[in-house]
Design a protein around this ligand. Structure first.
Ligand SMILES: NC(=O)c1ccc[n+]([C@@H]2O[C@H](COP(=O)([O-])OP(=O)(O)OC[C@H]3O[C@@H](n4cnc5c(N)ncnc54)[C@H](O)[C@@H]3O)[C@@H](O)[C@H]2O)c1
Length: 291
């Protein structure tokens, strides 16, 4: 059903989404307002394809074919997947632009972590063709796609996106459109609670993450996960949950707010709860939290 995919935003998620679509034979255009970000994304995609080659998942020839299917540009033309910054005003503006530029039969999908799909759909003239397609980070590795039905999303569009996700070798799960959907409505309170525990001095970064890793068999602790997601993204999602449900239990921890204000956004900025030095695989707690 789909052949052409345009991904808007080439950050943490956009490069992974473009990678997977190109790997599975789609013609992919990757757009970002920032040209340097596009260069970085192509370098990351190359590196991740090489990792897949070394693991025997794809061949060098498949990598070359996929790269051949991938182009970058700094203008929006048409899109089905959106991975631009998690900011409601920006998302609404982008979807208005996409609605005006995309062919009438194009589906507009958002990778938003928490912004209402119904709200995004309401600024377009095709609310029945707007849907959430929430990939997980890192996209080439994680199997889940959380599909979010907006209030007006039509059943044939949901069915087509389920098929598309399966075609990408992912496992789709369909949910309804309420704040945080399912993934983040459950994950973010845990991350926020971990940050509160640090803020209240109950335990250090390593202790909190080790307890959750070893005690709950999580592959990484909640503070490390928050660093990987991006602390700005976590803060935006908590604000959406807080406002959307009107329940104080979702209020973001003041420490998280301070870290984002200070520009400590986690792995992508080089520092969050941990330090991320180029080339180093060791996990070092940020000096701010050394005990
Ligand atoms: N980080 C995660 O783990 C994760 C997981 C699932 C979903 N998401 C969602 O994916 C989206 C992107 O998150 P991210 O972590 O990749 O963010 P990011 O900050 O790494 O990247 C966002 C990119 O969008 C670009 N951008 C901003 N305005 C733009 C515009 N007008 N047109 C085109 N590009 C524009 C920025 O230059 C940047 O490269 C958000 O909606 C987020 O909620 C994130």
């Amino acid at each position: 059903m789909f052949q052409n995919i345009t991904v808007i935003g080439a950050g943490t998620m956009g490069n992974g989404i473009a990678h997977v679509f190109a790997q599975y034979g789609f013609i992919v255009a990757l757009a970002d307002v920032n040209a340097t970000q596009l260069e970085k994304a192509i370098a990351t995609i190359n590196k991740n394809f090489d990792r897949q080659i070394s693991k025997g998942i794809i061949t060098e020839e498949q990598k070359q074919t996929a790269l051949h299917h991938l182009t970058t540009f700094t203008d929006i033309a048409a899109a089905v997947a959106n991975a631009a910054t998690e900011n409601i005003d920006l998302k609404l503006k982008i979807f208005q632009q996409l609605d005006a530029a995309a062919p009438p039969n194009a589906v507009l999908a958002s990778n938003t972590s928490s912004i209402s799909i119904t709200k995004i759909a309401s600024v377009t003239k095709r609310p029945q063709q707007v849907i959430g397609m929430h990939f997980m980070n890192p996209v080439p590795v994680m199997k889940l796609v959380e599909i979010i039905n907006g209030y007006s999303t039509s059943k044939n569009i949901t069915d087509a996106i389920i098929e598309l996700s399966k075609h990408l070798n992912k496992i789709p799960c369909v949910v309804n459109d309420y704040p945080g959907f399912i993934a983040n409505k459950i994950l973010m309170p845990m991350i926020n609670e971990a940050i509160y525990s640090l803020y209240e001095g109950m335990a250090g970064v390593e202790e909190i993450d080790t307890i959750m890793k070893l005690g709950m068999a999580h592959p990484m602790g909640p503070l490390q996960l928050a660093d990987f997601i991006g602390l700005d993204v976590c803060l935006s999602i908590l604000n959406v949950l807080h406002q959307g449900f009107g329940n104080p239990k979702y209020a973001p921890c003041p420490l998280l707010v301070n870290m984002v204000t200070a520009g400590k956004l986690g792995a992508k900025s080089g520092e969050g709860f941990y330090l991320y030095q180029a080339g180093s695989k060791d996990l070092a707690v940020s000096n701010q939290f050394k005990r």
